[in-house]
Design a protein around this ligand. Structure first.
Ligand code: SAM
Length: 285
């Protein structure tokens, strides 16, 4: 299903939240200028050597990871639906002195246009809270396959759908996601950067905006991991790696999470291990 109207509502919800998120990031431009990299080891391992590669970063948000990909040698285009996220990314690029192209567009529209214009890239990358905003996995996967060069790679790191089964207190409260079932978030995009208390702010955590309330609701789509893999392989991408991780990077998704070095969050010791993130590397044959 297309759900363009819901995606436009999501755009408003993201626009409202970006300023609050940015208010906590400290001197990120200075961090990047001095060679800092915001990416975590898991996506860096899946991405491999990026020297001289052309790369599209889908759903790039405020651009910290996009500019880190440039630092690793790639020529990068970042794409995001949110006007505020793209303004913030352009500002960060200029303040850090790291060049990248940023395009404000719905991922479906951008993929279609890029394929029509016969643009081709070595790598497509997307990470951390991205699949849940997509109402149509087949169109997304087809669009990615269409803009990859032969032997080009798609790398995805995202929160594991199994994590969506728990409420904040670790009670198993929801069915395993499937079918892209829409889920209304009345409270809209929240201030997860503040809630993660330093996990998402490698430069420094600033108190910034307090008590952020989003006036715009948002709409998520609930997909299982099998559906993501099936969409990618159905689009002609060969799954090279599928990894599941019993921790999550940066974000404190639940109560009582333990923080290990490197901003890695683990469940409390009394919880059995569950996958909280996954990573995929797929190749266009
Ligand atoms: C949780 S963020 C992703 C995190 C990001 N990778 C980072 O480095 O911070 C999700 C992003 O998806 C974007 N988004 C949501 N729906 C979209 C769509 N239909 N097309 C393009 N971007 C979309 C939002 O604007 C938001 O910036």
């Amino acid at each position: 299903m297309d759900h363009k109207d819901l995606r436009e509502q999501n755009r408003l919800s993201w626009n409202a939240a970006v300023g609050a998120h940015d208010s906590h990031r400290g001197d990120l431009a200075g961090f990047l200028r001095e060679g800092g990299i915001t990416l975590f080891p898991e996506e860096r391992a899946l991405l491999g050597d990026l020297g001289g590669k052309t790369l599209v970063h889908l759903q790039c948000n405020y651009g910290g990871d996009t500019l880190s990909l440039v630092q690793l040698g790639a020529v990068v285009t970042g794409v995001d639906i949110s006007d505020e996220a793209i303004s913030s990314a352009r500002r960060l690029s200029s303040e850090a002195g790291i060049p990248a192209s940023f395009v404000r567009a719905d991922v479906y529209d951008w993929l279609e246009k890029a394929a029509r214009e016969e643009r081709r890239f070595d790598v497509v990358f997307s990470s951390y809270g991205v699949v849940c905003w997509l109402p149509d996995l087949e169109a997304w996967a087809r669009g990615i396959a269409a803009i990859l060069k032969r032997s080009g790679r798609f790398v995805l790191v995202d929160f594991h759908p199994a994590a969506e089964m728990f409420d904040e207190q670790w009670n198993c409260a929801h069915a395993y996601p499937s079918g892209g079932e829409p889920r209304l978030l009345r409270e809209g995009v929240g201030d997860y950067v503040a809630e993660s208390g330093g996990g998402l702010t490698p430069a420094r955590f600033e108190e910034g905006v307090r008590g952020f309330q989003n006036p715009h609701r948002s709409h998520l789509f609930r997909w299982g991991l099998g559906e993501v893999v099936t969409a990618l392989s159905g689009a002609g991408l060969r799954i090279v790696t599928l990894e599941e991780y019993p921790f999550c990077n940066g974000e404190r998704l639940f109560a009582r999470m333990r923080e290990l070095p490197g901003r890695r969050m683990l469940p409390p010791e009394d919880m059995p291990a569950v996958p909280l993130m996954y990573g995929i590397s797929a190749e266009k044959s």
